[in-house]
Design a protein around this ligand. Structure first.
Ligand code: SF4
Length: 736
């Protein structure tokens, strides 16, 4: 029968940070079936519409099968080996004439771990530039700086099993029904099984998540900072502080305030802190009474007190979830800190169900970008400014430590500004589509198209980014090569190569190795094509060989549907910092030990409310927020080639409040212009569609390359994380 011919193998889904385990059915060399892996603790056999249709993304008609080189303005097909020769030659010429900081690589949270690892080894270790960035800067950099400032170590202490234990879920600007659908299903299932479970949606627009929640609370954009402080105010006022926990495990700090919004150049990747007392912290909170914050946020006093009472109830386990609403924020680092403050004040942290849980958007934002360190300021073992981290890298890579520069260069927005200015002359873009996803897009497209810039793009389909390329390299996609991803809950997942890539396509890892060899670095990349992924994994693991971060061996990962780190004595660490689960914490304490900080305490950092970079005014009276939709992955370059997904969501739209639409004379389906100070885009209006924004707000998804909303967005960013704010800028709406 048809079924008998199918060979099944496991792979993590590549279409979001949840990291569902899938089983892929292959027949006659072609992927033909998908089902959720019942053995995966992530999804327990479920998948969402993107996961179930994921294999179809391999088979779009316009897959790149060969390389292309731009000659006289036209892209011409060439053999891949010839294109790789040209890439290496241009890189070397650029380094020779403009210096090593004139070459850059820009990857993504969809890079596999080997892709990202080979990229930093080549660029940071051998060429000697920190010009390595990834699109995860645009989605989780604030989560990283939030973790580092509060705990000193990145990534969540909990895991998805928190869902099975929590009594209350508070979703901070997080439309999980569309962005993390399988986790959302797990949450709904828990509420079915345990009817006392409550889901609270705190957001700036009404979404599918709000409709399913027990209470939907709408807030004004940027007012989350004040709301979090008001919750702390109420927790203190009502005596709900976990005093013993706080005395033993929390240090009070204050960071700098009134720092800019990154519109100016800004190169610091940390924050300066001063010690404060608990009483000083309480004194600062007096500006955040529910009455004052209600006036600022539009959230009722009753709702603020309701939220505080949920967090403050000693009999309720509370999990907070957040993602882009908190991270893509000019105060993204602060917002992460503030949610931790609530959990630290109430002692609801690092135990089953009590969990401040930062979710990621991409399948390997954690595994590749955060753990490997494919960001300008990072190495696998710590920041580039740390001598110990550089020494470790030099030792493992077998290079002089002086090779590895000790200062960060350009974060993502600044990297594309540097390309525009001409400080960067050569950029290699892999598995991401910045000419759709960067904010304030016009400026960066013009920069990439300038005369003496050389742009290499490794991808699977034509995109607006391949439109600006001088060389296109055809990439092997997902199950066409062996790889690893790391999801939001510290779970590393391995998959085998299951099908052949089309034509001459090869993995991004192998492309990088081929160019490294042409640059004369053969001895650092000596592996055969058959064994290179295993060899890379075992070399990379050496960076994390300590009980705070141990990664599982290759064979273990091959065998199991993912393994969470730290992997100590053959066991996953389920809740970090908790002595019952974490052997490192158990060495120091009977209960909790926050070993990321030298004093073993988590830092509760007071952060004030500050206004956003741009607010609506008479000329631009609406807020614009952007995001994803359930059917499409990011810029849609893959999912729009899946017929069923494309038909379900064929184009972008602007979501308006029906009363605003009526005032403007706009009906459902009418074409309207969304105009900002930076650019304008024409889209059909949708009323009462997926979601309803609050009055004077609009929402536009960014997946549609024919309606580039990022021409209107602002490139202001959090000055600590450098993550842009895609959720708030001022626009005006005009009927076409
Ligand atoms: Fe894939 Fe995310 Fe859907 Fe899971 S929830 S199947 S990881 S897109």
């Amino acid at each position: 029968t048809f079924q008998d011919d199918i060979v099944w193998d496991k792979a993590p889904c590549r279409f979001c940070g949840v990291g569902c385990g899938l089983l892929i059915g292959v027949r006659n060399g072609r992927a033909v079936a998908v089902k959720g892996d019942p053995d995966s603790p992530v999804n327990k056999g479920l998948a969402c519409v993107k996961g179930y249709h994921s294999i179809l993304a391999l088979y779009g008609e316009d897959r790149f099968k060969t390389a292309y080189v731009r000659r006289n303005g036209q892209l011409e097909p060439v053999p891949v080996q010839e294109a790789l020769d040209l890439v290496a030659q241009k890189m070397q010429e650029t380094i020779d004439s403009h210096g090593k900081d004139a070459v850059a690589i820009y990857g993504s949270g969809q890079w596999t771990i080997p892709d990202g690892y080979v990229a930093i080894k080549l660029f940071k270790g051998l060429i000697g530039t920190n010009n390595v960035e990834a699109n995860a800067r645009l989605c989780m950099a604030s989560a990283v700086t939030g973790f580092l400032t509060t705990f000193g170590l990145d990534e969540p202490m909990g895991n998805y099993a928190d869902i099975d234990h929590a009594d209350v879920f508070v979703l901070w600007g997080n439309n999980m029904a569309e962005m993390h659908p399988v986790l959302f299903s797990r949450m709904l299932e828990q509420r079915r099984l345990r009817p006392h479970v409550q889901i609270i949606d705190l957001a700036t627009r009404t979404t599918r998540t709000s409709v399913a929640a027990d209470r939907s609370i709408l807030m004004a954009p940027q007012s989350d900072l004040a709301i979090a402080n008001a919750i702390c105010y109420e927790i203190v006022r009502n005596g709900w502080v976990a005093e013993e926990f706080v005395r033993q495990h929390v240090a009070f700090k204050q960071g700098k305030t009134h720092i800019g919004y990154g519109l100016e150049d800004h190169f610091a990747f940390n924050d300066e802190m001063t010690d404060i007392t608990y009483d000083q912290f309480v004194a600062y909170l007096q500006d955040y009474t529910p009455e004052k914050v209600s006036a600022l946020s539009g959230v009722s006093v009753e709702d603020i007190q309701f939220l505080a009472a949920l967090y403050g109830d000693p009999n309720k386990r509370v999990t907070s979830f957040w993602c882009m609403g908190v991270n893509q924020h000019v105060r993204g680092t602060w917002m992460n800190n503030l949610i931790y403050n609530i959990h630290l004040l109430t002692g609801k942290i690092a135990e089953p169900g009590n969990s401040p849980f930062s979710l990621t958007g991409q399948p390997s934002a954690c595994g590749t970008v955060r753990e490997v360190g494919t960001l300008t300021q990072a190495l696998p073992g710590g920041p580039v400014t740390s001598e110990a981290a550089r020494q470790q890298a030099a030792e493992i890579w077998g290079v002089p430590v002086e090779n590895i520069p000790d200062k960060p260069t350009y974060h993502t927005v600044e990297m594309f500004r540097a390309l525009d200015r001409g400080d960067i002359r050569f950029i290699w873009i892999q598995v991401t589509n910045p000419m759709v996803s960067l904010p304030k897009l016009n400026r960066y497209r013009e920069g990439a198209l300038k005369e003496d810039r050389f742009v290499v793009v490794s991808d699977v389909y034509p995109t607006p980014t391949t439109d600006v390329a001088d060389v296109i390299l055809p990439s092997a996609m997902w199950i066409e090569r062996e790889g690893f991803f790391g999801n939001s809950e510290r779970r590393t997942q391995h998959w085998n190569k299951m099908v052949e890539p089309p034509g001459e396509a090869m993995s991004d890892t192998w492309q990088l190795i081929q160019v490294a060899r042409r640059l004369g670095y053969e001895q650092w990349f000596p592996w055969s094509e058959e064994e290179h992924i295993q060899a890379i994994w075992e070399e990379y693991r050496r960076f994390h060989a300590n009980p705070k971060h141990n990664m599982a061996p290759y064979e273990e990962l091959k065998r199991r549907p993912g393994v969470m780190w730290p992997f100590v004595d053959g066991k996953e660490t389920l809740w970090r910092y908790n002595a019952r689960y974490d052997p490192v914490a158990a060495e120091h304490a009977d209960d909790f030990y926050f070993y990321g900080k030298p004093d073993g305490k988590a830092w509760l950092i007071f952060r004030p409310y500050e206004p956003p970079a741009e607010v609506p005014d008479q000329e631009y009276p609406f807020w614009l927020s952007t995001g994803r939709v359930l059917e499409h992955w990011h810029t849609g370059s893959m999912t729009r080639r899946v017929p069923v997904l494309h038909r379900a969501m064929p184009h972008a739209y602007v979501e308006l409040h029906p009363d605003d639409a009526r005032e403007l004379g706009i009906r459902d389906g009418d074409l309207v212009r969304v105009i900002s100070r930076r650019g304008a885009v024409t889209l059909p209006a949708r009323l009462n569609f997926r979601g309803i924004p609050a009055r004077r707000q609009v929402f536009v998804p960014f997946f549609d390359e024919a309606m580039l909303i990022n021409e209107a967005t602002i490139d202001a960013f959090c000055p600590i994380s450098k993550e842009p704010d895609y959720k708030k800028c001022a626009v005006r709406i005009e009927r076409v």
